[in-house]
Design a protein around this ligand. Structure first.
Ligand code: SAM
Length: 254
């Protein structure tokens, strides 16, 4: 666990103090949350999704269609699982994993010590709303469970469009909206009750997990996210529902 702490106040009080709606992202709030939970993030993921998050990342790598020699930028890489999965199971020449919370990247760096594939892999501190790489410098940009936490999504989409080569793809794995209503009701019940309780138990920081729950419910469903990507200049946008739409992979081409 990191030694950084944030006050464990009731989420409503915190939202009001920061002038935010429940589940609304701000860079300050998101940095605080992930710095606080970095050391337990992987364990929480495995327990809360029953390990399914790994299958979703694997599927995302397959759908990303990374080709031999590609340069890949993984945004909001956190503890590095998607970056390393791409490096291990594609013929990419280089994978750059990036995140704006150094505590999350410290966990990724420790995993990198055990990596021995042929793709070059590095991790760096980057805000996904202002990407410090030249125009048209990547073939594929990926993001897993990060877009939901970016306050200015339009800025991120514009930046990704800028750094992608013509024909390049933005591949987004994110929580989405289950299509079958009774299943959706059950899932939202699970989110509301189990996620804050389990997160609170593992990290002592229940408010952060209440935010994560609210942020999932606030996030635009599949078609609305596609419309935002189109607005930013992407085309040939498709999505693939995972686990009945609990999550979805959107693929948008430049
Ligand atoms: C839920 S975690 C996902 C981590 C990883 N991609 C995974 O699949 O497990 C979200 C990550 O997004 C990062 N993040 C949120 N907003 C960001 C931003 N504006 N720029 C860069 N990273 C951001 C957080 O620091 C956090 O590590």
């Amino acid at each position: 666990m990191t030694d950084k702490t944030i006050d464990s106040v009731a989420p409503d009080a915190e939202d009001a103090e920061m002038n935010l709606a429940p589940g609304e992202a701000s860079s300050e709030r998101v940095r605080g949350i992930f710095a606080q939970i970095a050391g337990r993030y992987d364990l929480f993921n495995i327990l809360s999704s029953w390990g399914i998050d790994r299958l979703w990342r694997r599927k995302t790598v397959r759908l990303a269609g990374v080709r031999k020699g590609d340069r890949v930028l993984d945004l909001c890489a956190g503890t590095g699982d998607l970056s390393l999965a791409i490096a291990r199971s594609t013929d990419a020449a280089e994978v750059v994993g990036s995140d704006f919370v150094p505590e999350m990247l410290e966990v990724a760096e420790r995993k990198l010590e055990r990596y021995s594939g042929s793709a070059k892999v590095s991790f760096c501190v980057v805000d996904a709303q202002s990407i410090p790489f030249p125009d048209e410098s990547f073939d594929v940009v990926t993001v897993a469970f990060g877009v939901r936490n970016i306050p200015d999504r339009a800025a991120n989409f514009n930046e990704v469009h800028r750094v992608l080569r013509p024909g390049g793809r933005y591949v987004i794995l994110e929580f989405s909206r289950p299509v079958f209503a009774p299943f959706r009701w059950f899932y939202h019940f699970y989110l509301r009750l189990v996620i804050p309780a389990l997160g609170g138990l593992l990290t002592g920081d229940r408010p952060s997990f209440t935010y994560l729950n609210d942020s999932i419910r606030r996030f635009p469903p599949q078609a609305a996210l596609s419309a935002e990507l189109r607005e930013a200049g992407f085309d040939a946008i498709t999505w693939h529902n995972l686990s009945m739409g609990i999550a979805a992979v959107h693929i948008a081409s430049k």
